[in-house]
Design a binder for this molecule. Sequence first.
Ligand SMILES: *[C@@H]1O[C@H](CO)[C@@H](O)[C@H](O)[C@H]1NC(C)=O
Ligand SMILES: *[C@@H]1O[C@H](CO)[C@@H](O)[C@H](O)[C@H]1NC(C)=O
Ligand SMILES: *[C@@H]1O[C@H](CO)[C@@H](O)[C@H](O)[C@H]1NC(C)=O
Ligand SMILES: *[C@@H]1O[C@H](CO)[C@@H](O)[C@H](O)[C@H]1NC(C)=O
Ligand SMILES: *[C@@H]1O[C@H](CO)[C@@H](O)[C@H](O)[C@H]1NC(C)=O
Length: 388
Amino acid sequence: MTKRKIFRVYSVCFFVMTINIYLINDSWIFNNSFNPNGCFRYGPPPILTDGLESKNLLKEGPFQLLPNFKNPCFYGNTSRLTKSLRCLPYFLIAGFPKCGSTDLWKRLTYHPEIVALHPKESSFFDGRRFHQDHPWTFEDFIDTFKADAEVIQKNSTYNRSEALLFHNLITGEASVNTAAMNDLWHKLPENSGLKEPRYTNANYVRHLIPRARLIFIMRDPTERLWSEYVYSARANCFSASPEDFHDLVLESISRFQNCLQNYSEKSCVYNFTIDTFKGRLRTGLYIMHIRDWLKVFPRDQVLFIRTEEYEKDIPYTLKRIFKFLDIGPPADNIFKQMIECERQNVQTFKGTMFTKTKTLLDKFYQPYNFRLSKLLVDFNLKFSHTRK
Ligand SMILES: *[C@@H]1O[C@H](CO)[C@@H](O)[C@H](O)[C@H]1NC(C)=O
Ligand SMILES: *[C@@H]1O[C@H](CO)[C@@H](O)[C@H](O)[C@H]1NC(C)=O
Ligand SMILES: *[C@@H]1O[C@H](CO)[C@@H](O)[C@H](O)[C@H]1NC(C)=O
Ligand SMILES: *[C@@H]1O[C@H](CO)[C@@H](O)[C@H](O)[C@H]1NC(C)=O
Ligand SMILES: *[C@@H]1O[C@H](CO)[C@@H](O)[C@H](O)[C@H]1NC(C)=O
């Protein structure tokens, strides 16, 4: 496989995942179609790889945010409408894939102070802005929140202290590849000629939505990779098996270690050619991504959640999130709905990985998990190492 091919197949695979959840009729991504087995058959992958000089997001903004809106909103000019209210997301569930974000997002959408009239993932930063036929501009991204902006604008309360109408509703989104997917970093003008990225999604988000509150939900990276593999099998029509997964793990670890011989650690973590379309080993190196986010975002704008803890105590985790987002606890009946809502995106594949594979992966990830726990001293990083 050539480098280009690897990239193409792999990119499509993750677009497929997005589509699979929310955008089944969104045919502009590619002519997706279901094959008789019920999985996707992917078409030619339309990924832009040239002409990325024009994709400089740092040219956008800053925006004159309106002081009487809790959500970041401003008045924009468009040719169609003048002085239309434009809103950016107040919070982003920015990572990580296969860690329970769909479930978490679904529950949060019940909250009366959260407006969520758009799909869970726009994948703007990590992919959609590079789409070959329809590359999104930042304006297109903001358009995603158009219906939300209308509701935010209509809902207001008179604010006595300020003697103005205060709009207290917020919106957010959950493109989980934002945290770790920077595959075209070396093609972007800001990183031109560099051996490792100076600008990643973290920098663009900080530049465009400086007060964004970020949520990272992380599970045991070994389990995460297995889950991604099983998901990928369904989306890409290959059959998952512990043997095949073991080969994938051996191959990916070997590619990563080979890379380390000639390139820096950061450069390898950001090099997508390490992956195969069946699963991304690099994504689980949470520390390597998180530290780049914490370089540009203040700690109090970031919340870390462990999937294992979330699954064990959903009400507690939700309350932590309300506090972090500065939204009130919802009425009892709504909170009950949030807690009792059916689990989303649950794995249906019955098999498990081999113990030898798990041992290998645990060993690979262990030093990175350790470094993460040193960085986030308030984060209880005891990933469960027992399998049901
Ligand atoms: C909107 O248009 C007005 C008049 O053309 C201009 O003064 C203003 O700077 C524009 N605002 C934005 C956000 O582009
Ligand atoms: C205010 O928000 C609620 C819940 O988000 C929504 O149902 C309602 O229609 C909104 N009201 C207005 C006037 O937009
Ligand atoms: C009144 O407006 C300010 C911002 O101008 C905001 O910080 C405050 O929370 C608002 N109070 C209420 C009760 O909405
Ligand atoms: C690393 O560089 C050496 C010397 O240039 C070369 O022989 C080797 O093949 C390279 N290894 C990889 C994995 O690129
Ligand atoms: C990624 O790694 C491959 C070798 O595995 C190397 O040829 C390529 O130049 C690397 N890409 C970047 C952007 O460093």
